[in-house]
Design a protein around this ligand. Sequence first.
Ligand SMILES: [Fe+2]
Length: 441
Amino acid sequence: MREITKRLLLIQIMACILSLAGMIFLVARTNSITSAYSGDTEKNIIIEENIERIRSDIYFMEYILSSYALSDDESVKNSARENIEDLDIRIREAINSLGESVESPKEKEMIHSAAKNYFGFYSKLRIVFDLGKKGAGEVSDIYIREELMPYVEGCNADLEELSGRVEASTRAARLDFSNDIADLGFMQILTIVMVLLSCIIGISAVAGGGRKIVDTHEKEEAEHAERLLGIQEHIIVSLANLIESRDTDTGEHVMRTSEYVRRIADKLMEENMFPELTEEVRDRFIKAAPLHDVGKIKIPDQILNKPGKYESWEYDIMKGHAAYGGQIIYDIMGEVEEPEYLEVAHDVAMYHHERWDGKGYPEGKRGEEIPLCARVMAVADVFDALVSRRCYKEAFPLDRAFNIIEECSGTQFDPRVAGAFLSIRNDIENYLADSDLKIEN
Ligand SMILES: [Fe+2]
């Protein structure tokens, strides 16, 4: 898992570096292409503007010149001369600007030719003015058409050719721009793939990390709950052993009665005699069994350990352990245990000496008034007391103990519970054979 994470991290770093390099290259290359295209286009626009200005100004100059030649009004003639001089200044500026804008010798040659034609045209204007002064309007008009127009046409032809070359240059620049941008396509796709790869790995890592944190947290919580449960069960069994050790040789009674409860409950579940007896309920029975005699903690040693038969008043005190037990469960466990378990533990401690025929204690409950957990506990508790040695009696042989359970079925014990216990006799005997209890058959 750690090796995979390292590999993913390495791939992500490489994808990040490649996508970053790709983006830097794309930005730089795009700027370079755009800048080159803008420079070419801008220069060509300036050339076109100057060409257009020269052509329109010469055309306008021709028009003014014709007016000059054909007019007898002196003020019109003067105004025409001033306008022509202004147009000449503009045309010369435009020609100079053209010369600075082009670089190729061919284009410089065209501009030079156009300028030569224009200067030839302009140099002959004086003749037109002189003819105008002498009133030879018609002659000057002819002179304009025959002597000046060839210069104008030559200039226009030069400018036309130059304009054609500029248009071709603009088209070529546009084509280069498109090709250069198209060439970047592969790099763009590669960069996008790297960015996506980097994002996917990043998101996966974050999601994986988050899931891992949640899993770890859940695992730790489960382990913690399991540890607490273990500690709790250990405390319950230890407490029960401590109490039992006051009137029995060891705490084995606690363990054995719990095992009988487990086996009886399993049998009842197998036979489906009590639908309410689920696995969860059975587990509560087993966990509650060790505390069935917790009330004995309030019974004095001289009564608890008295050898031989109890006096009537002594028996009454001894019987009190059931009610004490029920109360103690609520007092010491009421705040820390789940309510369902608490109820089972209380019922087991309180009612495990009740009898099916109603002659038990402390409340004289009968039949199904007695909680099922207490009816199961009753069989387990009596059977283990029969087969164990106590201060007031020796251990009974197994046959006799099983016979007593059978004889008391329907009077002391719930017949279904007693029947289930008797039906697993072999299992019980095998369990006892493996335990430390010395049993006679
Ligand atoms: Fe008891």
